[in-house]
Structure formats: structure tokens, C-alpha cells
Design a protein around this ligand. Sequence first.
Ligand code: AMP
Length: 179
Amino acid sequence: MTPEYDLKATVRTIQDYPKPGIMFRDITTLLGDARAFRRAVDELVQPWAGSKIDKVAGIEARGFILGGALAHQVSAGFVPIRKRGKLPHATVRIAYSLEYGLDEMEMHADAIHPGERVILVDDLIATGGTAEGAVKLMRQIGANVVAACFIIDLPDLGGAAKLRAMDVPVRTLMAFDGH
Ligand code: AMP
């Protein structure tokens, strides 16, 4: 991969989606570019390439696409974190804050064993409400969350700082100003 390769240029920005004032950072264009997809996966897990990772946990839905590839890359299992009501077996659940109000996310209670080393992944971190909920959910069942990885950081919204304050190392590959 050439050093000048511009990963950021493969992310498409759509203004005023899903509502006025939002700059939607669309990663489908990155995923559809073979070089960009491979590079993003390689770079996200690069700091943990030599260490033992038991599970990669992905947040529905874009975190599933990245999480499957990351899990394969580090020879770990994959764990889906889903919206309430989607998982068939016994779950643990947590409420988390969205821009307007609350939502709930779940994972299978037996998906991660106490002490297992887990990397969390999603496409983007904004306010950090979603990722914070996922970290708390995994810690409830004894997971050792060794890192959280996101392709995109919106640093003005403070999510990455929030996770670091929870002692979760955060890796992001690019940042956009504003929200
Ligand atoms: P937050 O909980 O505020 O960190 O929001 C993160 C979640 O919302 C992620 O799952 C993102 O996919 C999605 N998200 C938030 N803001 C944007 C944005 N500007 N563009 C695309 N996705 C976003």
C-alpha cells in the first residue's frame, strides 16, 4: 500500500442526511473500494497484531461488516451487539443515550467469557453514547475491553475522549470537523 494512498477520500459525505444540518459520513464507498477496505481493516487492528485477542465485538449494523473482517484478521471470534429484540438466546441489555432519548442494545450473555480480551468496532464515533453503552454492556459480563476501533472520529463531539476516560484505548483512522 502506498503511503500517499488517501483513505479519507474514499468516504463519501452526504449533506443534510438523514436530516438538515447532519453531514452523513458514508463508508459504503470505502467498503466498495478493495484497496481501501483492506487498508482500513489492516490499520484498525495494527496495534494489536501481535497480541492475543479473543473476540471482536461489532455494533449493529456497520460494525458487523468491519467486525467480521477484523475478527478474521486477528484470529478472534465475532460477537454481534444488536438493537433490542434481535438476538434469539438469553441476553444482557443496556440502555444508552441517542441524540433524542434512549435506546437499548443487547448481546448474548454467553458470547464473551469473563476475562476475555475484546476489541470493539464501529464505523464512526460521534458523541460516544453508543460505544460507551457497548463497553458497559461487555464489562457487565466481565469482558476485558482492550480497545475500541472506528474508521471515523468526529472529535468535536467528544466520543473518543469519553471512551479514553473509561480507560479504553481508542483507535481511529481519520477525523472530520463538526458533526
Ligand atoms: P454516537 O453514539 O453519537 O457516537 O453515534 C455513533 C453511531 O451513530 C455510529 O453507529 C454511527 O454509525 C452513527 N453516526 C453518528 N453520526 C454520524 C454521521 N455524521 N455520519 C454517519 N454515521 C453517524
